[in-house]
Design a protein around this ligand. Structure first.
Ligand code: CO8
Length: 262
């Protein structure tokens, strides 16, 4: 990828087969603006297409991985343009990339920043990483998969508490709860650790790596929403049976149902 063409990210190839993308809007704590996300997607696509990169590391700086979607960009958005233009749809393009992506998270990973970190394949963090979904404090909710991925990762009880209170959680908690694969002792060690893992992955056969990523990700599909939908369809189909009429009518008439099995 041509480095010169990017304004909000830095690109490098620090190890054999390893691409690195550094989010680079430090003055705005790497707030994820549309131009930044467009560049991130383009860089990931370029690494994927180059065939040289076998894994990619995404990182920020010591203070912030990303402090969320760019609130200043979003604040005047209205429903018609958000819905009409499907705002943030392209945010999840990262999940369509076939090569493994590792996030090295230091500092703030809030809102969209936390969601971005949760979209990658392996999440590493430094000791001072701070995660959270503070959208509730802005009068909205997570919009880039946070409610789904956080719940998958750490369970409903904790996810609900975090999303409803908007309270942050620590690197140590992220690891203990299973969101982060590992927490490192320093921010530098976190980035180096991510590059080490990326280098290891890049050293394996690309087809097996692609397949491994695909099958692990598949375990997350056909999950709760598909299951709930399936249940609902079957439930609806029972209204075609005679026993449904018999059962509900009997209840309403305070009688004992005489089932027909039809
Ligand atoms: N968007 C825009 N600018 C930001 C953001 C942001 N999310 N976060 C920080 N900045 C800016 C600040 O405005 C400030 O700019 P300036 O210097 O021009 O005033 C600069 O970055 C430095 O920030 P602070 O001075 O606030 O730094 P502190 O160290 O005092 O505080 C915090 C750090 C606690 C992280 C604080 O900046 C903060 O609370 N930021 C907002 C966090 C937040 O609410 N994030 C969630 C955003 S909503 C969201 O992500 C919705 C996702 C929906 C799906 C994705 C949609 C795109």
């Amino acid at each position: 990828p041509a480095e010169a063409s990017y304004e909000h990210i830095l690109i490098s190839t620090p190890r054999p087969g390893v691409g690195q993308i550094t989010l680079n809007r430090p003055k705005a704590l790497n707030a994820l603006s549309t131009p930044l996300m467009t560049e991130l997607n383009a860089a990931l696509r370029a690494f994927e297409a180059s065939k040289e990169a076998g894994a990619v590391v995404i990182t920020g700086n010591e203070k912030a991985f990303a402090a969320g979607a760019d609130i200043k960009e979003m604040k005047d958005l209205n429903f018609a343009s958000a819905f009409g233009n499907d705002f943030i749809k392209n945010w999840s393009e990262l999940t369509q990339i076939s090569i493994p992506i590792i996030a090295a998270v230091n500092g703030y990973a809030l809102g969209g920043g936390c969601e971005l970190a949760m979209m990658v394949d392996i999440l590493y963090c430094g000791p001072k990483a701070t995660f959270g979904q503070p959208e509730i404090k802005l009068g909205v909710i997570p919009g880039a998969g946070g409610s789904q991925r956080l719940t998958w990762a750490i369970g409903k009880a904790k996810a609900m508490e975090i999303i409803l209170t908007g309270k942050n959680f620590s690197a140590e908690e992220a690891e203990r709860w299973g969101l982060a694969a590992r927490v490192f002792e320093t921010p530098e060690a976190c980035v180096e650790g991510a590059l080490d893992t990326a280098e290891t992955i890049a050293s394996y056969g690309r087809l097996a790596v692609k397949a491994a990523k695909e099958v692990v990700n598949q375990s997350m599909e056909n999950g709760l929403s598909e299951g709930v939908k399936f249940e609902r369809r079957v439930f609806q189909s029972l209204f075609a049976t005679r026993d449904q009429k018999i059962g509900m009518t009997a209840f309403a008439e305070k009688k004992k149902p005489q089932w027909t099995g039809e």
